[in-house]
Design a protein around this ligand. Structure first.
Ligand code: NDP
Length: 499
């Protein structure tokens, strides 16, 4: 009998099956088009040492019957309707107590609905976020599971086995996994984060942070290139150096590698030949929409999504560039000083990005009745996933010290960094603005920082305007919160207490 089943043999399903097989789990595999299953197993036979642990099936019933009961079946199919369709097709063959684990990028509200509907039929449903793309799925992803604790207990050993591992002393990811040689030591980057849709919500926030992180790095690259005048090999060296310090992370490391890549189709570098129109699959938009719905000021997150929308207007931008004026970029007189300044700028903005992501999860847990352990979430993002970064150790430590921390910016460690580095951040944004170089994420994160630390904001005027045209009332600074007043702007010009 198979220990576990994987349904859906796309990029993720194939690689997760091999990861499971490497860890000694007999894995039944199925794909709606049987030729995909056959091709996968034929390829495995040639080059994968663990292929004998895989069992392929053409019929759904035979696939289900091959798995030990109560069954554990991982779904890795396209999110949305295909997932519902797949579950409907599976249901006639399942028994009470079986567990379905959806690792697709499902919307958390779909996961809440599916968990509720399947519970009525005594099927346990886990929505587990998975991050790390193809390589993560193959050699160790970050896994964020949501569902009942009963279901989690049944999948926990498997999830801890196949997840990425970090060194318990340094907190850095343990690299070096290879086919047939999985990493077995270290702290696993997998955890149960809460009931029903919690895992998929946390994964969505991970992707939202990924959007900001990438946008912040792209803007820093642009400033280095245009203000510093660095060529690609020098830019690559700068990112490689940054990867040794506070900014150490997967995204910074791959940026250095990308910048070094010559164009395989001609002269120059590949980066300069790639069209500047970023794509997206929607999880960043979900995160920004959720922030709007929950009233969370995640402005950098929204800006990162808008920046991709704007970049996608390639033809319009080309036309506008010929008719709309702007300044010439400033030229840095001291390129090394610029590099140091931008390193501090990027780190400060990155702290804000993560602060916004964690604030979003704080608001969501109230709305959906989850109880997130934020230190654990930070820890399981240290390995396997796209936003893995050394400074997640600092975030975990901040939440260990104060589990109810209202905002990461208030944690002692980050407060100190920001009070030292905000000047470099301001200088960088000012240089960008004066040079006509767009930095929507760096500047909106700075606006977030300045707004959050402002004892007073000009919202008093907004409230007065609202009261003026719509009698929407206002609170007074010299009265307790919750007492509302209206000023009769158009008549008696008296202030009226309004309960
Ligand atoms: P692929 O496009 O490589 O594979 C999609 C899989 O879904 C295939 O097995 C396909 O079957 C199946 N499928 C598509 N439509 C249907 C349908 N109507 N009914 C049944 N099965 C269907 O996708 P990935 O492997 O990249 O992604 C799988 C899931 O994992 C998605 O939800 C994705 O969002 C998520 N994910 C992807 C990541 C990535 O980096 N790629 C990272 C994290 C999560 P067939 O071969 O027969 O078409």
């Amino acid at each position: 009998m198979a220990d576990i089943g994987v349904l859906g043999l796309g990029v993720m399903g194939r690689n997760l099956s091999l990861n499971l097989a490497d860890h000694g789990y007999v894995t039944a595999v199925f794909n709606r088009h049987p030729e995909v299953t056959d091709r996968f197993l034929a390829e495995c036979r040639q080059r994968e040492p663990s292929w004998t642990w895989l069992q392929g099936f053409h019929e759904l019933e035979a696939f289900v019957n091959a798995i030990e009961r109560p069954r554990r079946i991982v779904l890795l199919v396209k999110a949305g309707d295909p997932t519902d369709l797949t579950i409907d097709n599976l249901l006639p063959f399942l028994d009470p107590g079986d567990i379905l684990i959806d690792c697709g990028n499902a919307h958390w509200l779909d996961t809440i609905r599916r968990e509720r509907e399947l519970r009525r039929q005594e099927i346990l449903f886990v929505g587990s976020g998975i991050s790390g793309g193809e390589t993560g799925a193959r050699f160790g992803p970050s896994l964020m599971a949501g569902g009942s604790l009963e279901a989690w207990k049944r999948i926990e050993p498997v999830w801890l086995d196949i997840a990425a591992k970090v060194d318990p002393k340094t907190g850095d990811p343990i690299e070096g996994a290879a086919p047939g040689k999985p990493v077995r030591e270290g702290e696993p980057c997998a955890a149960w984060v809460g009931e029903n849709g919690a895992g998929h919500y946390v994964k969505m926030v991970h992707n939202g942070i990924e959007y900001i992180d990438m946008q912040l790095i792209a803007e820093s690259y642009w400033l280095l290139k245009h203000l510093g005048g660095f060529d690609n090999p020098t830019l690559a060296d700068i990112f490689a150096r940054w990867n040794q310090g506070d900014l150490a992370s997967y995204l910074i490391a791959i940026t250095a590698e990308i910048l070094r890549q010559p164009d395989p189709a001609g002269k120059g570098y590949l980066i300069d030949k790639i069209l500047d129109a970023a794509g997206q699959k929607g999880t960043g938009k979900w995160a920004a929409t959720s922030a709007l719905d929950l009233g969370v000021p995640a402005n950098a997150l929204a800006e990162a999504v808008f920046a991709r929308f704007l970049a996608a207007l390639v033809e319009q931008r080309h036309q506008a560039s010929r008719v709309l004026n702007g300044p010439q970029p400033l030229q840095a007189t001291d390129p090394d000083a610029l590099t140091r300044q931008l390193e501090r700028c990027l780190y400060s903005a990155k702290i804000c990005a993560y602060a916004q992501g964690f604030q979003l999860m704080q608001a969501a847990q109230e709305k959906y009745g989850w109880h997130f352990d934020f230190a654990t979430i930070a820890r399981i993002w240290r390995g396997g996933c796209i936003i893995r970064a050394r400074f997640l150790n600092r975030i975990a430590a901040a939440f260990d010290t104060s589990p109810d921390l209202a905002n990461l910016l208030l944690a002692g460690d980050f407060r100190r960094v920001l009070s030292e580095d905000h000047a470099a951040w301001r200088r960088s944004v000012a240089d960008a603005v004066l040079s006509g170089l767009p930095v929507p994420a760096l500047s909106s994160a700075l606006a977030y920082y300045d707004s959050y630390r402002s004892e007073r904001l000009p919202a008093n005027l907004i409230q007065a305007q609202r009261d003026y045209f719509g009698a929407h009332t206002y609170e007074r600074v010299d009265r307790p919160r919750g007492a509302f007043f209206h000023f009769d702007w158009h008549g008696s010009r008296q202030e009226i207490y309004s309960d």
